[in-house]
Ligand binder design. Structure first.
Ligand code: ACO
Length: 447
């Protein structure tokens, strides 16, 4: 363990606003099983969402509920992000994603997610400074990257490095230590992400610069070399900042639930976040952004027939899926995809890049919106559908797409971890099962 300078943010500011919503007992639902009636409290969230509380059901009736894939199961009460998938609404701490995308920076949004309110100018400056001052990695830590194969995908490198970070810092327990841990994570994540990439292309890691802001610094560490300083285009940095904002949180998705579940054993904050990165890597979750661009490139290589690909995605005996389409929660247009579709056109016209992939993406979208298969299943473009086209236009290498998602999702994961740890309902996460295996049997060894 090594000492770090004290953090001005931690000395001078804030109590976290970890607000829990006021829940009122509205009503009771009644369950009848074998002539017995069980009364179950119904709770109401601040946007009118209703949930049946089955916490005591097994104790009272011997029954558990079954819900593979947690399609209809609430795992917590949360005051961080509100999603209405029917209406295509996404809000962080009550603010519409469209407003935040237009008026805020990523670090501002990170603060909002973590502490419940938008920061004052002073708070934001202190936070920005703390993050800047903690962006370097310990020299011993840098050596870790040399242990990974050269062609390693940057996602497992990132996740492994985040896990390894917990060997450099004791488990944060007190409020102060947790806040130090938060600043370190947010500060070091872009450095680790850029190192993962530099290692994968055989270039030396580039040190962060204190005169650049969060997103500019990341671009500098990605694209500068010891021979040449990369000149950061402020428009590119702003678009990247927008992408990070749009990815910053999305309530109880696969990776966030993983972070909460791992964290519920009181595991180290950094280890909980590392597990979230691994969960995000899967192609059905954050890994879809890389798969989308690969799909669009495959269509382009094959002469650009979007319809042909679409027909394959509809076939039951074909495992092809239209990547970047469909969502567990959104049954209408993902509001993040809507913002990104507009940004795509702006970026491409400014960067002067080829619009072939965007053209194919838009054609795909157009024909799906008129196709019965997609209409009846309510499958619309999700956040990953257009993000890859933008990353590509900005010069981000394809294997880094999901790393970009992780960079954006970090404050959301931490906010959810914090909320869980501070919740009056905090308990270790432990789902139940219905056992369907062999009943008790005697050992009879095969001869
Ligand atoms: N292409 C073709 N068919 C699809 C697609 C798709 N992208 N998505 C869903 N379907 C079909 C399914 O085959 C299923 O059809 P069926 O009822 O005839 O069996 C029906 O729509 C429902 O799909 P499920 O897989 O049950 O939906 P679920 O909510 O479990 O999965 C998921 C959601 C994983 C996002 C899915 O839509 C998918 O695989 N999409 C492609 C991958 C992707 O883009 N992932 C990113 C999601 S956003 C994010 O994580 C940031």
């Amino acid at each position: 363990m090594f000492p770090e300078p004290s953090l001005s943010l931690l000395e001078t500011t804030i109590e976290p606003h970890l607000k829990m919503p006021t829940m009122t007992d509205l009503d009771h639902a009644e369950l009848t099983y074998r002539d017995q009636k069980y009364s179950l409290p119904v709770i109401e969230g601040s946007e009118g969402e209703l949930g049946i509380d089955i916490g005591n059901l097994r104790r009272d009736s011997g029954l558990i509920t079954m819900d593979p894939g947690f399609v209809n199961t609430g795992s917590c009460k949360s005051a961080i992000t509100f999603v209405n998938g029917e209406k295509g609404i996404l809000r962080y701490r009550g603010y519409a994603i469209e407003d935040l995308a237009q008026h805020s920076s990523f670090l501002e949004v990170a603060w909002l997610l973590l502490f419940g309110e938008l920061p004052s100018t002073g708070e934001l400056e202190a936070f920005d400074q703390d993050v800047t001052l903690h962006s370097m990695l310990h020299e011993d830590f840098q050596r870790l990257f040399g242990a990974f194969p050269k062609d390693a995908h940057p996602m497992p490198t990132l996740a492994s490095a985040l896990g390894a970070l917990s060997t450099f810092y004791d488990e944060p327990n007190t409020d102060l230590e947790i806040r130090q841990g938060i600043v370190r994570l947010i500060a070091k994540m872009p450095t680790i992400a850029a190192c993962s990439y530099k290692h994968s292309i055989g270039q030396p890691a580039i040190y962060p610069r204190n005169d650049l802001d969060y997103t500019q610094n990341f671009l500098h560490m990605m694209f500068s070399t010891p021979c040449e300083e990369y000149e950061v285009d402020p428009v590119v940095a702003r678009v990247l900042d927008l992408l990070l904002i749009l990815h910053a949180d999305h309530e109880q998705n696969c990776s966030t639930s993983t972070v909460r579940l791992v964290g519920s054993s009181q595991a180290h904050l950094f280890a909980s976040i590392a597990s979230g990165v691994f969960a995000l890597w899967g192609p059905l979750h954050g890994g879809a952004n890389q798969k989308v661009i690969e799909m669009l490139e495959e269509i382009a290589r094959g002469g650009g027939s979007a319809r042909e690909f679409l027909e394959r995605a509809k076939k039951k005996d074909d495992t092809t899926r239209l990547m970047g389409f469909g969502h567990r929660v959104y049954k209408s247009y993902d509001p993040r995809a809507k913002i990104l579709k507009g940004a795509c056109q702006d970026v491409l016209s400014r960067m002067g890049g080829s619009s072939q992939l965007l053209d194919i993406a838009m054609e795909l979208e157009e024909i799906t919106l008129e196709d019965d298969y997609f209409i009846s299943r309510r499958l619309y473009p999700n956040v990953d559908f257009y993000s890859g086209v933008i990353y590509k236009a900005l010069g981000i290498p394809t294997p880094m797409f999901t790393v970009m998602f992780a960079l954006g999702r970090l404050p959301g994961w931490i906010a959810q971890w914090l909320e869980m740890r501070n919740s009056p309902e905090f308990r270790i996460g432990r789902p139940r099962q219905v056992y369907v295996g062999e009943p008790l049997r005697q050992i009879e060894k095969p001869v």
